[in-house]
Design a protein around this ligand. Structure first.
Ligand code: BES
Ligand code: MN
Ligand code: ZN
Length: 497
């Protein structure tokens, strides 16, 4: 969908802002005057609140250059931030995308905490994110299911500054779309090799992409990663994506590591049938890392960043690993695999170690759809954050907050670490107790982080995809692309020259 900035003109639908309590912001006031007070009248008639996302729909009278006027709330203007503007624009798109309208005109106003240029740029961002669809495989859509909206125009004065910001931000949208597409793809289309092929496309942006095959990983001693993959007919891949944008060419990179289980049946510890299809999204961590690399390379970030994604399919089968198997990791440590469904931590054990061994990073952040327990604890609104470094944790919390991808920190500790000691190997991959499941997963990964390396683990099992109906207008499908914006912002605020 095309998003443009204009200073005047008409369209099928125009969207304007109102604040909580129902006061009209300037663009809405002007339209109210032009329509002889119809907006104020309609607001009264339906008890419009102006709360974020609340809306009224007014058919425009003759003499106005639109057919339909949408008044959408931004909430309390004093507390509205740039995310409120994005959601305002997102609601406008959601209400028009399949309506038959071809052109939507947004008239954002400045708010006490959002300048006019920011409001314009975030309106563009919100409109783009909200117009995401995954309908590549739908060959028989009815006209009313098909997107009619072809263009969004942001109408405002001072377009130059807003347009400049929005052009930069479109790199972020590209990254989010990339991640959403990867998460949405079914596992018969997206498997380790085809995933790796898609990551090769990042080379056109100047990212150095390296794909490790099974013999190479065998030589490196990645027994934990390969143990998970051995039950599948699809061979595993480990892909590294290197972006060297800092002027300090040799400067240490930040390493982003992603869990990429292209389908998680559970393996021999097989999952129940209900909703197992959702395990096509068990590569959301890898998708977030790939999307972040796409965003930072597209906007030519002045930072050194390396992405490492472990790509496997977890299947039962004649060659699958068994509960009780003991595997050797690249780090030299051994793991007793008591549950083949706790596979994410197994592949991350080798991927996190490899990232440190190969790239000597200044910090490591891994993202993974690791545990169902994080959904029990935090639902679908916050991801779980674990970290061994206060500054890194605080920076991640702040980045998530400002980008609408919040994280909530959970503890680590020696008592939890003890829960994965095993009499038969250096550790076991589950505690065997129905307690602190997400923390135990984090403690396991921590055993593969070298002393002195700042590390954070983000459990995105609840946020990488969301059950419908999809409340957040910026994320209109099951796959959210969660993590791309957080990582991009973290790099921009902490790791750029
Ligand atoms: N991929 C799952 C976690 C998951 C669950 C992601 C629901 C998204 C939605 C992971 O591999 C898994 O199976 N974890 C187990 C761990 C357990 C065996 C210790 C779980 O959460 O039950
Ligand atoms: Mn699993
Ligand atoms: Zn999994």
């Amino acid at each position: 969908m095309d998003v443009r900035f204009v200073t005047a003109g008409g369209g099928d639908v125009v969207a304007v802002m109102a604040g909580e309590g129902g006061q009209l912001l300037p663009a809405a006031q002007a339209l109210d005057a032009a329509t002889g007070g119809r907006i104020a009248k309609a607001m009264k008639a339906v008890r419009f609140t102006g709360g974020l996302g609340s809306a009224i729909d007014v058919l425009a009278p003759e003499g106005v250059e639109f057919s339909r006027i949408l008044v959408i709330g931004v909430g309390k203007p004093e507390s509205a931030d740039s995310m409120a503007v994005e959601r305002w624009a997102g609601h406008a798109v959601r209400r028009t995308i399949t309506s038959g309208a071809e052109k939507l005109v947004l008239q954002p106003d400045a708010l006490p905490n959002v300048s006019k240029a920011e409001a314009g740029a975030h309106a563009a961002m919100g409109a783009r994110l909200a117009s995401y669809r995954f309908d590549a495989y739908r060959t028989k859509m009815k006209p009313e299911q098909t997107a009619s909206l072809a263009a969004v125009e942001i109408m405002m004065d001072g377009t130059a500054a807003a347009r400049a910001r929005a052009e930069k931000d479109s790199a972020i949208v590209d990254g989010v779309y990339f991640a959403r597409d990867l998460v949405s793809e079914p596992a018969n289309v997206l498997y380790p090799e085809s995933f790796a092929e898609r990551l090769r496309d990042l080379e056109t942006l100047g990212v150095e992409v390296d794909v490790l095959d099974v013999p190479t990983m065998e030589k490196l001693g990645m027994g934990a990663l390969l143990g998970v993959a051995q039950g599948s007919a699809r061979p595993a891949r480990l892909v590294t994506m290197k972006w060297s944008g800092s002027s300090a060419k040799g400067g240490k990179p930040i390493a982003l590591v992603g869990k990429g289980v292209t389908f998680d049946t559970g393996g021999i510890s097989i999952k129940p049938a209900a909703a197992m299809d959702e395990m096509k999204g068990d590569m959301g961590g890898a998708a977030a890392v790939a999307g972040a690399l796409k965003a930072i390379a597209t906007r030519k970030a002045k930072a050194n960043v390396v992405g490492v994604v472990a790509l496997v399919e977890n299947m039962p089968g004649a060659n699958a690993q068994r509960p009780g198997d003991i595997v050797h990791t690249m780090s030299g440590q051994t793991i007793e695999v008591l549950n083949t469904d706790a596979e994410g931590r197994l592949i991350l054990a080798d991927a996190v170690w490899y990232a440190q061994d190969k790239f000597d990073p200044s910090a490591v952040i891994d993202l993974a759809t690791l545990t169902g327990a994080v959904i029990v604890a935090l639902g679908h609104d916050h991801a779980g954050l674990f970290a061994n470094d206060e500054d890194l944790a605080n920076a991640i919390v702040a980045a998530g907050q400002s980008e609408g991808e919040p994280v909530w920190r959970l503890p680590l500790g020696a008592g939890y670490d003890k829960m994965i000691d095993s009499p038969n190997a250096d550790m076991k991959n589950i505690s065997g107790k129905p307690a602190a499941g997400s923390i135990v997963g984090a403690q396991f990964i921590k055993r593969f982080v070298r002393d002195g390396v700042p590390w954070a683990h983000i459990d995105i099992a609840g946020t990488a995809s969301k059950p419908g109906p999809y409340e957040d207008p910026l994320s209109p499908a099951w796959a959210t692309g969660y993590g791309v914006r957080l990582l991009n912002r973290l790099i921009a605020s902490r790791y750029e020259d």
